[in-house]
Design a protein around this ligand. Structure first.
Ligand code: GTQ
Length: 350
């Protein structure tokens, strides 16, 4: 037996395989090397979507269907190696959502965790989660915990576009998807805007607070706060060779990831920085928020600028070169992999 080669197919064996096949039985030794692999082997491919291209199609979709009719007017970023699977990586989904002026994406809830990264916005853009409405500003990272009511709206004059990330493939893997509609466009607002930031994101928690679920009670992580943290750290000059200056968004209650299954990060790459190669088991989706640069994934170079989105498959070596000072948001299923004990990473080329 070998983990890399299947045993020879003899006429006797073939006859046996065919006979048991009719009874829904398969010999493990014919498939073992493709399911228990010495290292990750994925159909997921590296890819980059230019924002200008995506935006053009999304605006076109805006003329074809309303947010209300679509429920969510989203163009899915489907991995070229995973076509038909509504996935950007084996474990995650990503899409670009458009809400035009005056529209609402109706209130619903589902088992899946969702994140939003705001890429284009307007004064009147908002999302409401569990009774609290938050304005959406450029670069804001907003979460929708599993089974929480959420609706989106745009009371402004221009289109609002954000990147959605959901753990949809994971929930499908476990056949654990539930969803329901509230039956109204917008849920009732029961808390003032900024309530959760004041309660949970001021380095304090309400006395006697007990966590509900595993998601962070903070649901909008404003870009200006995160960006200014990176700016302060830049002055310290402690640049990680693989990541530049990289922070993880956390749940302030336990210090863990903001969502149970999805980890989220913001990193600054100083102008001229060239990172050392890095690989990890968590296939990662990057969205550039500022600057421009080139990311090389398994030997293939991708040039990016603001709002471009690219995906790095599991265990492919990746390094970044920043032509200008740049900020990258990223998300992956690292949170789930760490809980399950699968996560591995390797720094450098070794
Ligand atoms: O905004 O609730 O991209 O339910 C996919 C499914 C967004 C959402 C998506 C969803 C949503």
């Amino acid at each position: 037996m070998s983990l890399t080669n299947a045993p020879e197919l003899t006429p006797e064996r073939r006859e046996f395989y065919e006979r048991i096949d009719t009874r829904s039985i398969t010999p493990l030794w014919t498939v073992l090397s493709s399911v228990v692999t010495p290292e990750p082997k994925s159909a997921c491919q590296s890819h980059l979507w230019h924002y200008d291209d995506l935006r053009k199609f999304l605006i076109e979709a805006g003329g074809l269907i309303t947010a209300k009719e679509a429920e969510r007017r989203v163009l899915v970023l489907e991995n070229p190696g995973l076509r038909g699977k509504t996935s950007i990586t084996t474990d995650l989904y990503a899409g670009l959502q458009l809400v035009t002026p005056g529209e609402s994406a109706p209130a619903h809830r589902h088992s899946q965790s969702a994140l939003r990264l705001v890429l284009e916005t307007d004064e009147g853009a908002h999302t409401t989660v569990n009774g609290e409405r938050t304005p959406l500003k450029y670069g804001d990272f907003v979460i929708t915990p599993p089974w929480s009511w959420h609706d989106h709206g745009n009371d402004g004059d221009g289109p609002v576009i954000w990147l959605d990330g959901l753990d949809l493939p994971m929930v499908s893997l476990f056949d654990a998807s539930f969803a329901e509609e509230l039956g109204v466009d917008q849920q009732e607002i029961t808390r003032v805007s900024g309530d959760s930031l004041a309660r949970y994101a001021a380095n304090m928690l309400p006395v006697g607070y007990e966590a509900r679920g595993q998601a962070s009670p903070v649901f909008n992580y404003p870009y200006d706060r995160a960006r200014s943290a990176l700016e302060t750290l830049k002055a310290q000059g402690e640049i990680d060779p693989c990541h530049g200056i990289k922070l993880q968004y956390v749940n302030p209650v336990d210090g863990g990831p903001a969502m149970p299954t999805i980890s989220t990060f913001l990193q600054l790459l100083p102008k001229g920085f060239r990172s050392v190669s890095y690989r990890s088991t968590d296939a990662t989706i990057f969205a550039a928020l500022e600057g421009k640069g080139t990311t090389t994934i398994d030997g293939k170079a991708y040039d990016w600028g603001p709002r471009d989105i690219f995906v790095v498959p599991s265990w492919k070596g990746v390094f970044h070169e920043a032509e200008d000072e740049s900020v990258l948001f990223s998300f992956s299923a690292r949170a789930a992999q760490e809980k399950l004990g699968y996560f591995r990473e390797r720094r450098g080329n070794g």
